[in-house]
Write a protein that binds this ligand. Sequence first.
Ligand code: AMP
Ligand code: MG
Length: 403
Amino acid sequence: MMIPISDAIRIVLEQTPKLVIESVPLSDSLGRILAEDIIADTDLPPFDRAQMDGYAVRAADVSHPPARLRIVGESAAGSGWHHEMKAGEAVRIMTGAPVPVGADAVQQVELTREANDGNEVEILERVEVGRSIVRRASEIKAGATVLRAGEDINAAMIATLASFGYSQVKVGRRPRVAVMATGSELVDVDQKPGRDQIRESNNHMIAPYAALAGATVARLPLAVDDTEQLKRQIAQAAEESDVLITSGGVSMGVYDFTKAALKELGAEVYFERVALRPGKPTVFARLGNTLVFGLPGNPVSVAVTFNLFARTALRAMQGATRPELIEETAVLARDLKGAVERESYLPAVLRTDEKGTLLAEPLKWGGSSDFVAFARATALINVPTGVKMIEAGSPVKIVRLPS
Ligand code: AMP
Ligand code: MG
């Protein structure tokens, strides 16, 4: 039975267990999925902070410039002036330094002039109360939740984690993925293909896609189209991995043995045909505790089905709040044909026009075997079931390809 893509994704999510949580050093946290809420342990800023180099003053003292004030001290970043500043006084202050009690504004140094051998300063322009001061806790109050479990950790978030003292951070464990290419025509990348042979390329794409999704990847030897050999390799891979991803051998051909091998091993098969173009013969199964994605052989189908299904599972395992590719809307740059019985995800290049509109330009390609053309794709355009044709200028749903 052929099931809709949305059902297939729902089934994948239902069958995907969450892996345990582990603690990693902050410097290893990029790209991981946060497994704890992050709480501010201090106010930010932790004190009233100067935003400019200049002089801390009382605004009322300088309302009729020029105004001469006595310099009573200096407040530098990391070493403040901790006395009360009185009327008629000024404190020399640097960016990032605490503003002394009694001051209510900072006048930037360019609008001042030192006088009387550096004992006094002339403030050349007035300044309103609060100017160039970032008030304590105006960004974050201690105790606030600043990041949530399930978010993807990016470089900027690591600064936030560092600010609140998270030298170790809890994340979902990396899924262990095994990749296995099947097909008697395949040779390794360092071999010259003989008659009727081609170089194996799918694993070389699946492995980095899986790594982008947070997994560690083991590559299995190439498998020929032989049920017994497939069974041995699949059984062994299942022992050592959370997820096994095969490619090839799931169509209707005489030598398509992947499904037979899975069934003979006693795997539970959840679906084996999805109403998707390209990627109809995608298999999802479980063998023991290992999830198995039996992807089609054609490289573009592999990219599409990996990112719709396997990526979603890998991210859900790590606790991602949004495991799926995120849908956006773009404007179609050229007419595009759909399929009557299947939902399509067709490769496209995204660009913006001079008005700032996001355009999706369908790739000119030779079909699901044309991985050389696909290498330029940055997104997939969704064409719903039953839509024969979408005209240029229409809004379309797109997902960006991870890269
Ligand atoms: P299959 O689904 O096994 O019939 O494969 C469909 C097409 O994809 C065939 O032309 C295969 O040669 C090709 N193919 C299958 N696996 C790979 C692979 N790992 N690398 C490159 N091409 C492949
Ligand atoms: Mg094959």
